[in-house]
Design a protein around this ligand. Structure first.
Ligand code: ZN
Length: 364
């Protein structure tokens, strides 16, 4: 691969969807468990033998003063020697991200990435909000408790994990308060702590959008909790159509392997936007190819950068680095073929690196 175009390399990024990092030391099993969407490697194999595992050895090792392609054990030994704080500072600092939009609604102790560079803004996880307020009163009062929590929120966006909980084939109609109260009552009676009812998923999305809060949807690629065929963004079409008159942005996250479908939806619906999220580091050295596919149809003003990095600072680092290398390669191809002028390449870089996120989330 050639070096990134200078402008792509030096333009600060806005990471519009990510999570915190672990502050403690990690042994090999704990590191591998967070490297991909698999919790554990198959017996006799290593999760370092994946596209992202090779990318860690190629690109992160030199940030820790090791030669490129250092062995996994040498890498983890050096990581432990430097300590988590220094590793996080080096890897996140070198990512060149000026603003992180952080979904802090995951379980476990994670340190906000802005502790190591840049600043962060909060993204409100809708199912988590419902789980917090459901037990605070009656089922009949649940809709109002959600509304007042949304009114009090200082978050710049909301996030729905309906794909994980109920699938994206949601009825587009806005549910009535009576329907929502019945669903909350069923949920309370079930004894489950998890918000996993399609009526509640729809309600949360409608309420957030009606308050002008952009809504991010998890789409496609995720861990084995997810039924991938129910996380196809095409399933969301009726709901996207129904909420279009609100004119509030909807962001389709990750999307792989449906990134072309997401690009299509972003083209035909003015309020819909897309990214590649964790697929950028997940596919490692194929990032440029996948990014090229994601950009086939999507208007360039509707594609955003995100890492969806979680737990490992390596993923923050690789998300930014592989996005920049991928974008450079795509733009270089278009410049070489004469599809773009230098000025157009510069504008696209500014839009996708941060300008689109700044407009969508009203970041000043
Ligand atoms: Zn995420």
């Amino acid at each position: 691969m050639e070096t990134p175009l200078a402008v792509v390399d030096t333009t600060p990024l806005i990471d519009h969807h990510c999570h915190g990092v672990l502050g403690g030391e990690l042994d090999r099993a704990a590191f591998e468990a967070r490297l991909t969407e698999a919790p554990v490697a198959a017996p006799g194999t290593s999760l370092f033998d994946t596209a992202v595992g090779f990318a860690v050895r190629r690109w992160c090792a030199p940030v820790l003063d090791l030669p490129a392609h250092a062995s996994p054990d040498a890498y983890l030994e050096r990581r432990a020697e430097l300590g988590a704080d220094e590793v996080n500072r080096r890897l996140i600092g070198a990512a060149g991200v000026e603003v992180f939009l952080v979904d802090a609604g995951l379980p476990g102790e994670l340190v906000d990435p802005s502790a190591f560079g840049g600043r962060s803004l909060d993204v409100l996880r809708l199912e988590r909000l419902a789980e917090l307020v459901v037990g605070e009163g009656t089922a009949a009062g649940f809709p109002d408790r959600v509304r007042s929590a949304l009114e009090r929120s200082r978050s710049v966006a909301a996030k729905s994990i309906a794909a994980y909980r109920v699938g994206l084939d949601l009825d587009p109609a806005r549910p009535s308060d009576a329907e929502v109260a019945r669903a909350a009552s069923r949920w309370s009676a079930s004894g489950s702590g998890r918000c996993a009812d399609p009526v509640l998923s729809r309600f949360l999305v409608w309420e957030a959008l009606e308050r002008g809060l952009p809504v991010q949807f998890h789409v496609g690629y995720g861990d084995s909790d997810l039924d991938l065929h129910r996380a196809d963004p095409a399933l969301l079409t009726p709901l996207l159509r129904a909420v279009q008159p609100l004119g509030v942005p909807v962001l389709l996250l990750h999307n792989y392997p449906f990134h072309r479908t997401a690009g299509y939806l972003a083209q035909v619906f003015p309020h819909v936007h897309a990214d590649l999220g964790l697929a950028t580091h997940g596919v490692g050295d194929r990032a440029a190819a996948v990014l090229a596919e994601a950009l086939e149809l999507v208007p360039f003003g509707k594609f955003l950068y995100s890492s969806d990095a979680c737990a490992l600072a390596e993923l923050h680092h690789l998300g930014a680095l592989l996005f920049r290398r991928g974008l450079s390669e795509v733009l270089r191809g278009k410049l070489t073929s004469g599809a773009l002028s230098d000025e157009d390449a510069l504008r696209i870089t500014r839009m996708m690196s941060g300008g689109n996120a700044r407009r969508v989330y009203r970041i000043d």
